[in-house]
Ligand binder design. Sequence first.
Ligand code: ACO
Length: 427
Amino acid sequence: MTDTHLTAALDERSATDLAGSGLRLALVDPTDTAALDAWIVADFRGFHGRRPTAEVLAEARKNFGGRRTTAVYDEGVTTPVGTVNSWVAPLTVPGGGALDTWAISSVTVAPTHRRRGVATALLGAELRTAHALRVPAAILTVSESTIYGRWGFGPATFATGWSVDAKRVRWAGGPTPGRLSFTTPDEYRETGYAVLADAMRARHGEIALEPYLADRLLGPLTGDDDEARYLLVRYDSPDGRPEGFVSYLVRGGEEDFSRHVVEVNYLAAATDAALTALWRYLLELDLVAEVKAWTRGVDEPVQLLVQDIRGARITSEQDHLWVRILDVPATLTARRYESDGDIVLEVTDGLGFAGGRYRLIVEDGEARVESSSDAPDVTLPVESLGSVYLGHDLARGLALAGRIQGDAEALDRLFRTAVPPRLSTWF
Ligand SMILES: CC(=O)SCCNC(=O)CCNC(=O)[C@H](O)C(C)(C)COP(=O)(O)OP(=O)(O)OC[C@H]1O[C@@H](n2cnc3c(N)ncnc32)[C@H](O)[C@@H]1OP(=O)(O)O
């Protein structure tokens, strides 16, 4: 995929809809510093962030320069009242392959202009542009789970937050050979990018990371209040291969110096050996009472790595990556399946991108998709297909809720993966 996401024309339909309300839809030229700065200010404001300093703006301009940046303007104001940006991100799919997806971020509408259809125009424009460029699916991580179903997105991966009582647990995860050492983002950056690429490839549901998204995992961005607290520790295998790192902060200890709290910014592990060695490192830190981590998989094995299972608790579990299928054959044939089968799917799509009747035939794990006029085995809206696509165990629940009709068991057998999908970062 080239940079067509940057050069594709503005969506006429949304531009016309917004013009009807006196608003102007426009693409922001990434070389127009004033326009991009105003867009960034609107984006930060939309998420209740602080007004960015000149230094933060400079960094954000660099970070967002490669994305398609869209704004909505009201008359007489230079700060946009609506923002969104997008780029093409390879998403890892079951079986080790990758699917090009339209990643969408920074969807904000100014509180002064909410609930007038601005987000509807922005999302419609994104989906029509992606579809016109033949990108087979769109993806996003969401601030609220109530927003995106109406545009055909379904929750496809879930993420867990953890609290481990470091005073209570003892390591029970076996030997952890290899080498741990402190490093810094500047010193480790290129190696860190390679480790992240390996770690992301190792699990379906992860995305290939732009440098900006990778840098956030290695350490703080400019302007982070806690910049000086970040620590970075790398893991190398016994034969010297870089396989993982943990970036973390230590807080507290004011009242009792033996009870600091560790907050994991990101733990990257391209191998099981890296995963266990880095968890052990965190759990055995001296003067620490609690280790907190977020955006881990639903199968994070930390309870099994310690003697006292109840010393490690899940503190949150929520929907994380949402998938919107735009091209059913391209999407379904991009992944592999763990059992063979033959199923006719009737997919409904209120927005008209992906609806139709399809026969999915899987032989030796590989799929073929044909259009079909046979009676459907399963009827489902496109958001439910997005939800089961990466292999998470959702078909039965969606059937109970009436959002899958027909043979949900057969759908589940075909789509579910033994290892659940995971997305371990936000974008
Ligand atoms: C990928 C990401 O960037 S996720 C981040 C999403 N952004 C945020 O959370 C920032 C704060 N929120 C906002 O900026 C805005 O409220 C937005 C972007 C969520 C919605 O923008 P709006 O322009 O108000 O939405 P719009 O008017 O197009 O509403 C479309 C529909 O979504 C509904 N809707 C809008 N926001 C929400 C919400 N937060 N929760 C539930 N429903 C919502 C509206 O009621 C409307 O429903 P209808 O079609 O049944 O009438």
